[in-house]
Design a protein around this ligand. Structure first.
Ligand code: NAI
Length: 338
């Protein structure tokens, strides 16, 4: 009886929230930018994830509506909405995982780097909140340009004295999702049978699929390899152009973000052999950040894997990727340290 529950001072939902926040099994997850094109389907899919006990939805607009809507789903996670900077700290306090899809997306003709001027500041502010309120949380950065926003996050955490390179991950999962789909199409396989490793970064030529390492092992002609590499690198632009001004990938991105967040949570739970590609602090190349396969565990990133054997085409791609990445990383670092 809702009336009776109200009489006891707290609604049923309020009591469920207190119970869920106070150590019932499951993880506490915040989504920053929850009302956006990615944020909404991402919030919905995280509400469906049985590993999540508490889901905090934060945005500078429209969170009351999104939260009300999602809270009616009869899954276990208890949902709370937070609106505007004055509620950021409450949104972040106690979180185990923070996912950041806040910021503007591309329009036709734009590169991810064109988003830097707006999104760099947004990511900086949100990470300052994380450093203050949940410095031990795993952080998944989706906001573009990922090649620069991850270095910005690292600098913010260093400045705050909370930096743990094992807990900071740029989400490149969509590149892997696309690679699996496009490769399966060429091979006439079910995408679920294909596992492409995509390394480097998350923009143009920095997106480097290692087709020679494909599981199951397959060989491609040089035309096929060139076609697939280019399609994977330009998959985002394909969507931006098809949407013709209405934004970039949101639904496939939400799917990829949840696939990645779920892997982070399974790692936190202690599952063995949780391995995904991500853009992370790295010593795999001479660059301070690089995307490669990582093993996720109780502390976040437990192991960053080396790139493994590459063919000549891939080695040439790696050199191009590193050149562009170096500039994007430096741009992020100098923004955050200026
Ligand atoms: P959108 O514009 O639909 O949504 C962005 C949301 O962020 C909006 O709800 C907005 O109110 C919110 N926001 C703006 N400033 C904020 C702040 N200071 N704090 C909290 N929230 C704030 O954009 P969409 O399509 O959801 O894309 C979001 C970001 O994800 C873009 O930067 C886009 O480039 C990036 N992206 C990354 C991908 C990846 O593979 N890593 C793939 C696709 C997009």
């Amino acid at each position: 009886n809702p009336h009776q529950l109200q009489m006891e001072g707290k609604s049923g939902l309020e009591r469920a929230y207190c119970r869920a926040k106070g150590g019932s099994p499951g993880f506490k997850v915040a989504i920053l930018g929850a009302s956006g094109g990615i944020g909404q389907p991402l919030s919905m899919l995280m509400k469906m994830n049985p590993l999540v006990s508490v889901l905090h939805l934060y945005d500078v607009a429209n969170t009351p509506g999104v939260t009300s809507d999602i809270s009616h789903m009869d899954t276990g996670a208890v949902v709370r909405g937070f609106l505007g900077p004055q509620q950021l700290e409450n949104a972040l306090t106690g979180m185990d995982l923070v996912i950041i899809p806040a910021g503007v997306p591309r329009k036709p003709g734009m590169t991810r780097d064109d988003l830097f001027n707006i999104n760099a500041g947004i990511v900086k502010t949100l990470c300052e909140g994380i450093a203050k309120c949940c410095p031990k949380a795993i952080v998944n950065i989706i906001s573009n340009p990922v090649n620069s926003t991850v270095p910005i996050a690292a600098e913010v955490f260093k400045k705050a004295g909370t930096y743990d390179p094992k807990r900071l991950l740029g989400v490149t999962m969509l590149d892997v999702v696309r690679a699996n789909t496009f490769v399966a199409e060429v091979l006439g396989l079910d995408p679920r049978e294909v596992d492409v490793s995509v390394v480097g970064g998350h923009a143009g030529v920095t997106i480097l699929p290692l087709l020679s390492q494909l599981k199951p092992p397959c060989s491609f002609t040089s035309e096929e390899a060139a076609y697939l590499t280019s399609r994977i690198q330009n998959g985002g632009t394909e969507v931006v152009e098809a949407k013709a001004g209405a934004g970039s990938a949101t639904l496939s991105m939400a799917y990829a973000a949840v696939k990645f967040a779920d892997a982070c949570l399974r790692g936190l739970r202690g599952d063995a052999d949780v391995i995904k590609c991500a853009f992370v602090p790295s010593v795999v190349t001479e660059l301070p950040f690089f995307a490669s396969k990582v093993r996720l565990g109780r502390n976040g990133i437990e192991e960053v894997y080396a790139l493994g054997p590459m063919n000549e085409f891939e080695r040439a791609g790696l050199e191009m990727a590193k050149k562009e990445l170096a500039g994007s990383i430096e741009k992020g670092v100098s923004f955050a340290t200026k």
